[in-house]
Design a protein around this ligand. Structure first.
Ligand SMILES: Cc1cc2nc3c(=O)[nH]c(=O)nc-3n(C[C@H](O)[C@H](O)[C@H](O)COP(=O)(O)OP(=O)(O)OC[C@H]3O[C@@H](n4cnc5c(N)ncnc54)[C@H](O)[C@@H]3O)c2cc1C
Length: 443
């Protein structure tokens, strides 16, 4: 988040009393442009979490909604005052006793904002900090998407090691050794880790983290990373920092919250920071001229209570949705699976694009679940995102609004998608898309 918007930063007072209970009153630090909430907000910091978080309006992001739209509901207003790391309750002011108000006044909140973080010199960082990036492999092949964790780890400034486990892991380790910026690969050869089951993978990782004395553990926010790191965090009694999009310092990170409608800058005081990394914010590190050493990791051979039975993977010759340069997504406007296939697949082929879909299209059976883009689907940030018959609900925007160029085709000129689109075409998709395909073919 640029410092330029710091003036508009929504300051939230972290309330710290001996047992950390306080009242963040809305009068003194309400969201800009917002009506006052008739209620004060009671923030109860979680015992697991840190008090030093700040929130900023997303005015720096292209395609973001105006502040008033983002935070017009009282729940969003509350959300802006209490970070997700705090439980928040709303109670009528009149219910607060005079004693409680006096307590609130006495336990004056202490400001701790991310900007107070001390930045260390590169030499000090190398001494104090070491990062472990968790890499993914499938059938002996390195998952390139998992290299986003290396990119993020390198930004911390200290040495970067990478971890990989599975059968025939040597080939993966050798490929990973060529990744630029990695000093050492920790590899564990054992087929029990092939499927990345968190039940046995988490204890494996914990042993290797302890042995290496790492301060930062990073994995991509993929299904694997999101499945694994919460267990690792629990085992290490550390608070996970999820889905980061930027690193401000070795203990301060930026992450979207509320479907990307607010950006939280969070500071962690945990000795070991467990972090998942948003792939669209950190380009995968290049496999190139690196020459990391490869070392065997420790294998605790923990028993897994879960057994891998089978998998049914969607196969496609088209580019992978998560990493494609171009994405064409279809929505409920397509009306049926037949029309979705008839319209969207030739459009994707004519552009060399991956196919995506809105949740409504997925729920209606027009497209496979793996194609869903949005808050509960995949987050994409291609060069070109073409939305066809998609209204632009906030949950859909959460998955694609960082795309470089957004094009929308919709028959409703008032459709919200046009608010974020760089190029909009108002018209019937059943006419416009075939026309577009013809033009692309003849171009
Ligand atoms: C907790 C939660 C999580 C969610 N997660 C996601 C998510 O991850 N991804 C997601 O997409 N949604 C998600 N949703 C659902 C989301 O709120 C919307 O319901 C959904 O995105 C709507 O999909 P849609 O735009 O395809 O359908 P609609 O909103 O029905 O829009 C269809 C659009 O097609 C247009 N149209 C119709 N016919 C034509 C035509 N002939 N030519 C041109 N345009 C036409 C209409 O004008 C309309 O704008 C979530 C909702 C919740 C509550």
């Amino acid at each position: 988040m640029p410092r330029a918007v710091a003036g508009r930063r929504l300051r939230r007072r972290s309330i710290e009393a001996s047992f950390q209970v306080g009242i963040a009153h809305h009068l003194s630090h309400r969201v800009p442009d917002q009506p006052r909430s008739p209620f004060p907000i009671l923030c109860l910091p979680s015992p697991f979490l840190r008090p030093s978080h700040s929130l900023s309006p997303r005015s720096d992001q292209p395609g973001s909604l105006p502040v008033s739209d983002r935070t017009s509901s009282s729940s969003a207003h509350r959300a802006a005052l209490c970070t997700p790391f705090h439980l928040h309750l709303q109670i009528p002011y009149t219910m607060l006793s005079a004693g409680a108000r006096a307590f609130s006044a006495l336990t004056r909140p202490r400001f701790t904002t991310a900007s107070t973080t001390t930045l260390r010199s590169p030499a000090a960082l190398r001494r104090l900090l070491s990062a472990l990036a968790i890499l993914e492999q499938r059938n002996g092949k390195l998952n390139q998407g998992s290299l986003s964790a290396v990119t993020a780890a390198a930004k911390l400034g200290g040495p970067v090691h990478a971890f990989v486990a599975g059968s025939n892991v040597k080939a993966v380790a050798e490929e990973a050794a060529k990744v630029e910026g990695v000093e050492k690969i920790i590899a564990v050869e054992n087929g029990a880790y092939d499927k990345g089951l968190p039940e046995n993978y988490a204890p494996l990782l914990v042993e290797n983290i302890k042995k290496g004395g790492y301060t930062h553990i990073l994995a991509s926010a993929t299904a694997f990373g999101k499945n694994l790191l919460p267990r690792v965090s629990a085992l290490l009694d550390s608070q996970q920092i999820s889905d980061i999009t930027a690193i401000e310092s070795e203990n301060t990170f930026v992450r979207p919250i509320y479907a990307g409608n607010a950006i939280a800058t969070v500071e962690s005081t945990d000795a070991i920071k467990i972090i998942t990394v948003r792939g669209t914010a950190f380009a995968p590190a290049a496999v190139g001229s690196g020459s990391a050493s490869v070392e065997d990791g420790v294998d605790p051979k923990a028993e897994s209570t879960t057994e891998w039975v089978s998998e049914d993977l969607a196969k496609s010759d088209r580019p992978d949705l998560s990493t494609a340069e171009k994405v064409v997504s279809g929505g409920r406007g397509l009306k049926s699976k037949e029309e979705f296939d008839k319209i969207m697949l030739p459009l994707a082929d004519s552009l060399g694009a991956a196919v995506g879909a809105s949740r409504a299209a997925v729920d209606s059976g027009y497209a496979d679940n793996s194609l869903q883009v949005g808050q509960t689907g995949k987050v994409v940030a291609p060069q070109l995102y073409l939305a066809v018959g998609i209204s632009g609900a906030i949950q859909h925007l959460a998955g694609m609004k960082d795309s470089k160029v957004i094009v929308a085709i919709n028959k409703d000129p008032e459709a919200p998608i046009f608010q974020v689109a760089d190029v909009g075409l108002v018209g019937d998709l059943f006419e416009k898309v075939p026309e577009l395909i013809e033009k692309l073919k003849s171009a």
